[in-house]
Design a protein around this ligand. Sequence first.
Ligand code: 5GP
Length: 201
Amino acid sequence: MKKGLLIVLSGPSGAGKGTVYNAVTACCPMLKKSISVTTRKPRNGEQEGVHYYFRTVEEYRKMKANGEFLETAEVYKNFYGTPQAPVFRMLEEGNDVFFEIDIAGAKQIKQKYPECVSVFLMPPSFAVLEQRLRGRGTEDEESLATRIGSARSELAQYACFDYIVFNDDAQAATKQVIEIIAAERCKISRNEQTILKMLEK
Ligand code: 5GP
């Protein structure tokens, strides 16, 4: 069976990753989501096993020590990790798996699994990024200042990614991400076995 694609959407906080991720998965129900583990407290409306697996720091550390994560990162004083087994199972079953994670985690995945497709979502400007972070209203002043402070160095990491999408319009950015996934599916390198089998017959 042809292995699925692993697609990583990343970018700085405030780039609009969540919005674009949700729009892409809504348009492409065949894409499998990866549910992350986090030690952060659930926000209003967030559900266990739907948005995240919410775990204590101790539980997270145990999982990490057991080698259960494909990647892990500390993001704004909370720990996050992608459980490895379900991702590899979905890929082996031929499913395309789509994640939304931070930049450090995306870089770890590229190292461990170089055939992944990594997309960097770029805000149209630094001012817009700051405005979006403030407008979200989900962070306190301290957390907001940290996010704004680290955004500049995060932006500079775009070169580690395969694709860049400028998100000045979420609909257009969503369309571009969907087009990237479609083009990646058509790459010769990803279809060689199927072609060779056809030619054998
Ligand atoms: P939030 O707490 O706002 O849901 O997410 C904070 C940041 O953590 C976002 O940049 C999000 O992309 C990132 N994130 C969510 N899940 C994971 C994960 O499993 N691994 C990594 N490295 N980052 C994650």
